[in-house]
Design a protein around this ligand. Structure first.
Ligand code: SF4
Ligand code: SF4
Length: 377
């Protein structure tokens, strides 16, 4: 059984949590905007996770084009409600009006077919979203839901600056916080500082993107060589998970696992877990340095930006570009893939809609209009 970590009120959370942003699909065609979810495979994966002790299941209103909440509640239906913890999030950035918070919250309970959420987060906070939370009284709104028994533990997920985080941490007595943490973003996205701020404030950390959208499970060949030279017995994904789990204030690590093989490997990594040695931590820092030498776009493929009015296939374009930069494909190969995309860089009208949703703060309109256009077209 996978390790469990003590939380509040005597409850224990599995060190590995199941993220449900990228779901198993029947037709995994990268150019299809919203492929069909494979519910049968999903059930097998949820069963495998549950039977091996995973008890934390994370979803969000917008994941998988709004289908994730219904999906995970459907797959968990056969298990007693009190035997697992369901985490969901309020997308303040999708609330033009204050009353939208209530509408969305009610819809989430209905979609998940539950009476309460165990863990509930303000989704993707940064300075701008936090300002809106303050304006709409989002903290008070969720605290009211807690009083009504509809929320048990209240936290936030975060994609802003260190200064934003300090302000948010000081503003409320949070039960937990979710940050993007992996060996590449430890320095790149200042995850080290974020982790320390939360630890100093006594706030347990839920980790998202531990394998950076899968990129650290199949890293560039220089990183593979480095990791193999230090321990050829474990997978590249295990290196990434072990790095994160070696930090004692980590409560649970969310991984989106679409294959049983991945899940079994992750379960093995986080069962009877022993933290990394200083030498292994140094190897991870060296792997990050090798990755940083490549001039890639730091896109995780989350598709928060997918609702482009001109249909620009943003994440697919960045993925092809990165494949070339990482040496995984030749220039002509990635250009051939680009040719068949039906929303190209030159279709971008620089409306800026995508950039405001990007948790990695990628300057998408500028990149589309300049670097991507001149490389691919
Ligand atoms: S800035 Fe360009 S890529 Fe982004 S949403 Fe607008 S048109 Fe689409
Ligand atoms: S560009 Fe940003 S929002 Fe779009 S898929 Fe990449 S990381 Fe996600």
């Amino acid at each position: 059984m996978v390790d469990r970590v003590k939380f509040k009120n005597g409850i224990e959370i599995s060190r590995l949590g199941l993220g449900n942003m990228r779901l198993p699909v029947k037709t995994p065609l990268k150019r299809e905007a919203n492929p069909m979810i494979d519910y049968k495979k999903g059930q097998e994966l949820v069963d495998l996770a549950y039977e091996n002790g995973v008890n934390y299941f994370d979803t969000a209103y917008m994941y998988h084009a709004g289908k994730s909440e219904k999906y995970i509640s459907n797959e968990l239906k056969k298990y007693p409600r009190e035997s697992y913890y369901l985490a969901d999030k309020l997308p303040i950035f999708m609330c033009p009006k204050q009353s939208d918070m209530e509408k969305i919250f009610s819809k989430q309970l209905a979609r998940c077919d539950v009476d309460y959420f165990d863990f509930y987060l303000l989704h993707s906070l940064d300075g701008k979203n936090w300002a809106k939370c303050k304006k709409f009284g989002a903290v008070e709104f969720i605290e009211q839901k807690r009083k009504e028994g509809k929320v048990k533990y209240f936290g936030f997920s975060f994609h802003g600056t260190v200064e934003d985080l300090k302000e948010i941490v000081a503003a409320h007595n949070w039960d937990f916080a979710q940050i993007q943490m992996n060996y590449l973003d430890w320095k790149n996205q200042k995850a080290d500082e974020q982790y320390q701020i939360l630890t100093d404030a006594g706030i347990p950390v839920v980790v998202m993107e531990p394998i950076r959208g899968g990129k650290l499970a199949e890293p560039i060949k220089e990183v593979k060589t480095l990791l193999n030279n230090n321990n050829p017995e474990i997978s590249y994904a295990a290196w990434a998970l072990r790095f994160v789990a070696s930090h004692p204030n980590v409560l649970t690590i969310l991984s989106g696992m679409n294959e049983a093989e991945q899940m079994l490997d992750n379960l093995k990594t986080l069962t009877d877990f022993k933290p990394m040695s200083d030498t292994e931590l140094k190897v991870c820092a060296n792997a990050a340095a090798l990755l940083n030498k490549k001039d890639v776009i730091p896109c995780t493929g989350c598709d928060y930006c997918a609702d482009c009015p001109k249909g620009v296939k943003i994440s697919s374009i960045f993925a092809e570009y990165n494949k070339f930069k990482n040496g995984e494909a030749t220039e002509s190969e990635v250009k051939a893939e680009y040719t068949v995309l039906d929303g190209k860089a030159s279709d971008c009208i620089a409306c800026g809609k995508c950039a405001s949703h990007c948790p990695q703060q990628i300057k998408i309109p500028e990149l589309m209009q300049n670097q991507m256009k001149s490389f691919f077209e």
